[in-house]
Design a protein around this ligand. Structure first.
Ligand code: TYM
Length: 351
């Protein structure tokens, strides 16, 4: 049965890229699927260990989930550290995965920089915890932005190696399910999770530089639209966004070599829930002096209510905490059921 899992780090400045690339998809998927959405507080320790605002930032991501329309009664919303089985399975996956796999992750290379020997072990093992987040529920689909693709490939590699290394035990215990691998069907415990990436907004770029992705850590606040920005700030940032002097083309091919123009068209398409082609059909031939105000109005219309609702929710931290507590309890039950089987498969002495 399909099960959706995804996570967002509480590292501040949740932005339009997080919203269009991930959170909006979470909201759409909840209509037809069972979903688990997690604020991954343990992951955020890899960026900043001593973190005075961690509780507040955890609440803020939760507020964004709720403000965007995720229903915590029908689905599960919680913060990762409440369910210790994530860390337990991550340890097992650290023993399944190979150091070489981790060393190849572009996110690790970017974040570790030149002084790799001095990066934390947690930063290197980050994808192993991410695989555990997903697989502790045996989730089948993970909605994310394009930047998480490599981590999800690694999640599949870990699942596949585990299924393979323990295939005899899985068969003996009768706990496997049929898993489709290309043309072959194998018996395994963990599914080979599919990423849900795509659409016009899978990779939103900085408003100041079309070659860099919009990011929580960009020092320039003008580079991103924060989920907490008010209407005036949203408009101002769009009007100041970098562009080129040409009019918009009427065909997609005309966006080649124009990353800033392509980004704004993608943002418009994401917000309007349409395609870049459709946006160019409407605005092809128009100057940015026409397109930017239209985009600013659309962004304000879609984003400002979310910011308002987030502010209202943040004024009631007790409510947010109870959502996370309740979600954590429900997630814990599901995770423990799978971990019991994992401990059995591995042969850990229990009971
Ligand atoms: P994080 O917290 O950096 O980002 C949260 C989500 O936002 C997407 N995203 C973007 N999408 C489009 N354009 C952008 N500029 C942009 N920037 C960010 C990310 O792809 C992500 O979907 N490793 C994850 C968190 C995580 C996770 C997981 C995700 C931990 N465990 C398990 C899925 C499943 C991360 O750092 O996301």
């Amino acid at each position: 049965k399909p099960l959706i899992f995804s996570g967002v780090q509480p590292t501040g400045n949740l932005h339009l890229g997080n919203y269009l690339g991930a959170i909006r998809k979470f909201v759409a998927l909840q209509e037809t699927m069972d979903c688990i959405y997690c604020v991954v507080d343990l992951h955020s320790l890899t960026a900043q260990l001593v973190h005075e605002d961690l509780k507040d930032q955890t609440r803020q991501i939760t507020a964004a989930f709720l403000a965007a329309g995720i229903d915590p009664d029908k689905h599960i919303v919680f913060n990762q550290s409440r369910v210790m089985q994530h860390a337990e399975l991550a340890w097992i996956f650290n023993c399944v995965a190979r150091i070489g796999w981790m060393n190849r992750m572009t996110q690790f290379k970017d974040k570790a920089g030149k002084d790799r020997e001095n990066a934390s072990l947690g930063l290197l093992a980050y994808p192993s915890l991410m695989a555990a987040d997903i697989l502790v529920y045996r989730a089948t689909h993970v909605p994310v932005g394009d930047d998480q693709k490599q981590h999800l490939e690694l999640t599949r590699d870990i699942a596949q190696k585990f299924n393979n290394d323990f295939s005899d035990r899985i068969a003996e215990l009768g706990v496997g399910v049929e898993i489709q691998m290309g043309d072959e069907t194998v018996n395994g415990f963990f599914p080979l999770t599919e990423p849900v990436i795509g659409g016009p907004a899978a990779r939103i770029m900085s408003l100041r530089d079309g070659s860099k992705k919009m990011s929580k850590s960009d020092p320039s606040d003008l580079s991103r639209i924060n989920l907490t920005d008010d209407a005036d700030t949203i408009s101002k940032k769009i009007k100041k966004a970098k562009t080129d002097p040409e009019a918009l083309p009427s065909e997609i091919a005309g966006l080649a070599g124009r990353p800033e123009a392509e980004n704004l068209v993608g943002i418009y398409a994401g917000l309007a829930d349409t395609s870049k082609e459709a946006v160019l059909k409407e605005y092809g031939g128009q100057q940015f002096s026409v397109f930017k105000p239209a985009l600013a109005d659309l962004a304000v219309e879609k984003m400002a209510p979310i910011a308002g609702e987030m502010r209202r929710l943040m004024a009631e931290p007790g409510h947010i905490d109870s959502v996370l507590r309740n979600g954590g309890e429900r997630a814990g039950v599901l995770a423990e059921a799978n971990m019991k089987t994992v401990r059995d498969i591995i042969g850990l002495l229990q009971g």
